[in-house]
Design a protein around this ligand. Sequence first.
Ligand code: GLU
Length: 490
Amino acid sequence: MTIRVRYAPSPTGDPHVGNIRTALWTWLHARHHGGQFIVRIEDTDQSREVPGAVRRILDSLRWLGMDWDEGPDIDGPFAPYTQSERLPMYRAAVERLLEHGRAYRCFCTSERLDALRAAQREAKQPPGYDALCASLDADASANRASAGEAHVVRFLMPREGMTTFTDLLRGEISVENRLSDDFVILKSDGFPTYHLAHVVDDYAMQITHVSRGEEWIPSAPRHVQVNQALGYPVPVYVHTSVILGPDGGKLSKRHGAKSVLEHAEDGYLPDALFNFLAIMGWSPDGATEVMTRDEMIAAFDFSGLAPHPATFDVQKLDWMNGVYLRAMPERELSEQFATWLERTLPGDVPRPIDRAYVEEITPLARERVKTLRDLTPLVDFFFAQEAPTPTREALLGKPYRERAADASRALVAAATHLEVVAEWDSARIEATLRTAAEEIGEKAADVFMLCRVAVTGKPVTPPLFETMAIVGQEPCLTRLRAASEIVAGG
Ligand code: GLU
């Protein structure tokens, strides 16, 4: 049997990490088994639709490097893949259920339903429809509907017995039927609810495993009943665990949980985020964490997932991103850096950014950034159109706070020694600065810090001598002399 699995987002905003993690596991399962991964847009709740959400969902998948075999943009044998374009199929299913007495029209007004809910609350009863319209005569109800009276269609749940289904991660789950009310399957606007639409589509699209978040477990008995009433085989359910915040509560932005595209904007690498999400609740052997995509595909199966909640740990994500940054071949990393700098350097830096120059900087920066976002403030001075103009306080720092004259002397000495360096490389720059410091009786580390701030304008930079080598001899000398004047000028 070919594995056919789907990711079925509702276009109500940017997909959150829990939703995307389920998609990513579903994709891994498909790729492991040589099956098909299908994207289906579930837009039957038109009031919650957010413009642009479909594009952002597909962009999120693309950015993570997940491809799909069938979907709204590429179609496939079971097109269309957007539910609002499949309304006739849901109506046909509703007709069948009505004919077989497994569904009925409900004409209750929202006022009546509100009053019912209030009374149930008052009586401390669980909320739910009281099945008033279940006893309507079928012909009379059909006539009222054809006369244009507003109504919904509800599924008639069995009043007795149990519904049993298998969840791949949790085993058999049995729930008493009387716990579910007769839920709406077709709304008054003619759109189906999720309860009906996904059942019809999963069958029509020959989906083998329904993978979705565990918040759907309580509704699963309804879905099993709808499948059975329509004569469909019940699919295998895979309800993935929730992701909690590190405090054990509901995961939120406060814990660093952003959408996929926000992670992209914040300078995370797609492969690192993919790996991080994949192992949040899964490991092939209980220990392995860093894996290539192929290794994950080779090892993954839904059955290896843990049913208990996972914890989102943004520090681990940062660590993972650092691992990927450092492991990336230098050329590729340099490309990533260049693209990022292109986007984030100030507008007055000429574009395109000089790729060869970025290649020189890449080895200096790679150990010092956890995400690409750390890169720009670390290296922007390399690209600045104007030489930095550090303040006197910044230049003096702690060591020279009371000794401005000594700082000025040290900067002049540094410049004078560096001026005669014939081959401008980091080893010679270092040796020369050490000699200069020694000659004037200053600590080498203090002179290095002066030079760092003078040349880059910042106290924290990539390694000083390599940095100076890239900035170039003339610009360094000019900056050291300018700094000595700033310092003396106070
Ligand atoms: N449209 C549902 C959601 O976004 C999909 C649940 C499912 O995968 O069946 O929550």
